[in-house]
Write a protein that binds this ligand. Structure first.
Ligand code: HXC
Ligand code: NAP
Length: 255
């Protein structure tokens, strides 16, 4: 990845930050955006200590003009964009009957509109053929879950956004894929969904691999999708999920 540039939304904590670290170690230049100025500057500093050229900006992905300005700044620093990550998301457990319209809208806007904004703001700056765009989706896109109506709807939209863009932009040499992580250890997502030890244990029992994944599992998948080895892959939803998409494995017959 030496000399290649990645524009990354939501890469200032958790899974996506690990993707940023992995890309930094592979030689990429990185531009990270998220809302918190403190998280952006701490991440930029860390990426620089890993030897990468890195910068960033405090941007809410729901604000298209600010995303576009950040993409422009990324290009002014490093030249054309080779890779894009739309990894930002919002999540909380909430029953649909008790949730405000604004709560539902917030998650749709962060996950779905935000991913569109990040890809749309980058497209004119992409180095093509060969550009690789990745959205981070979730099993909720295809596995309905209670108290997750907002996330299920948002991530289902992300999956279809990726597929439709892959068709529309493929002829210009742009690949668009999504990674669907299963439950990943030591993340804000799992603290919100399964913070309680008993729930976490039950969650693990339901997985074919009986364990949560690591942030590195997702970073490895992202790396693969952005290297020449992934050059013929577009429009896929890559499940890196310990088998959660197969359904509840706790009810499987013992072998
Ligand atoms: C019900 C809630 C709520 C909750 C917020 N709201 N939290 N409603 N239950 N727990 C409502 C608020 O009352 C408000 O509605 C509306 O949502 C917007 O809230 P704000 O706080 O104003 O929004 P904002 O500051 O934009 O914050 C967005 C957020 C927040 C999504 C609510 O939690 C956030 O910033 N999250 C980012 C980090 C995150 O979620 N990481 C985990 C991603 S993991 P009203 O009507 O009062 O105005 C993930 C894992 C998936 O996605 C898969 C795992 C297998
Ligand atoms: P996380 O640590 O909370 O990361 C979310 C990132 O998005 C942060 O950098 C956050 O920074 C940024 N962000 C949130 N709202 C934003 C907004 N409006 N504009 C710009 N940036 C915003 O979460 P995580 O658990 O690692 O999850 C990362 C991704 O993986 C998400 O897409 C999630 O849906 C997906 N996923 C996670 C799991 C899991 O097990 N954790 C499983 C499946 C899918 P700021 O707060 O500074 O904005």
């Amino acid at each position: 990845m030496a000399g290649k540039t990645c524009f990354m939304a939501g890469a200032t904590s958790g899974i996506n930050q690990q993707v940023a670290r992995r890309f930094a170690m592979a030689g990429a230049n990185l531009f990270v955006i998220s809302r918190s100025e403190d998280k952006v500057s701490a991440t930029v500093e860390e990426l620089r200590t890993l030897g990468a050229q890195a910068d960033g900006a405090s941007v809410d992905v729901r604000d298209y003009d600010k995303v576009a300005k950040a993409a422009q700044k990324c290009v002014s620093l490093y030249g054309k964009i080779d890779m894009v990550l739309a990894g930002q998301a919002g999540n909380f457990l909430a029953p649909a009957a008790g949730m405000s319209a604004n709560a539902f809208k917030s998650v749709i806007d962060i996950d779905l509109l935000g991913s569109f904004n990040v890809f749309r703001a980058s497209v004119e700056h992409l180095n093509r053929p060969g550009a690789s765009l990745i959205a981070i989706t979730a099993p909720q896109a295809t596995n309905p879950m209670p108290y997750q109506t907002h996330v299920c709807a948002a991530k289902a939209g992300v999956n279809m956004l990726v597929k439709a863009l892959a068709m529309e932009w493929g002829p210009s040499g742009i690949r668009v894929n999504a990674i669907s992580p299963g439950p990943i250890d030591d993340t804000e997502g799992m603290r919100r969904l399964a913070g309680d030890e008993k729930i976490a244990a039950k969650y693990k029992q339901a997985l074919a691999l009986r364990r949560w994944g690591s942030k590195d599992d997702i970073a490895n998948a992202a790396l693969f999708l952005c290297t020449p080895e992934g050059a013929y892959i577009t429009g896929t939803i890559m499940e890196v999920d310990g088998g959660i998409s197969l359904g509840d494995a706790s009810s499987a017959l013992p072998m």
